[in-house]
Design a protein around this ligand. Structure first.
Ligand code: SF4
Ligand code: F3S
Length: 158
């Protein structure tokens, strides 16, 4: 059984109010714990539409991308179509191992984010640009914010 039947399961879950989503078994028929991962095209786009729809608030924020906590994601699939950059994918898609590893690593380091912030001013210009991994920032959203404010203040002083 592939993800096609899983898609039906995910949609059914997504229709439920948040209060009715309890313990969910997100294990594929092959015994693999499925989750969703944020991939390369999020970098420098960081639209953050995804955080508004996640029923379990499992997004974590870096300076220029978000990641999903693999143990908290309940595989509901609600966030996948909400991302304007199409950066959210099920980890069962081939070739996403490095993104699954990156999501796991930085979900443990970055702060949780539950409300949409302002996306970067040049987000649209970066949407679809190949090779964005080289622009990945390991800095957390919280650490980046004061640095950006200081940068803006120095621009005003000039
Ligand atoms: Fe949240 Fe997306 Fe996981 Fe659903 S699939 S729990 S919306 S991260
Ligand atoms: Fe990134 Fe898409 Fe969310 S660009 S911040 S995964 S809406």
């Amino acid at each position: 059984m592939g993800r096609s039947s899983g898609g039906f399961r995910r949609r059914a879950r997504a229709d439920r109010p948040k209060s009715q989503i309890g313990s969910v078994c997100n294990v594929s028929s092959e015994g693999h714990v499925v989750t969703y991962v944020v991939t390369e095209n999020c970098i420098k786009c960081k639209y953050m539409d995804c955080v508004e729809v996640c029923p379990v608030d499992c997004f974590y924020a870096g300076e220029n991308m978000l990641v999903i906590h693999p143990e908290e994601c309940i595989d509901c699939g609600v966030c996948e179509p909400e991302c304007p950059a199409e950066a959210i994918k099920p980890d069962t898609e081939p070739g996403l191992e490095k993104w699954a590893t990156l999501n796991r690593e930085y979900a443990a380091k970055w702060p949780n984010i539950t409300t949409r912030d302002t996306p970067p001013a040049d987000a649209k210009e970066w949407d679809g640009v190949p090779g964005k991994l080289s622009h990945f920032s390991p800095v957390s959203h919280d650490e980046a914010a004061p640095a950006k404010m200081a940068e803006c203040a120095s621009e005003v002083v000039k």
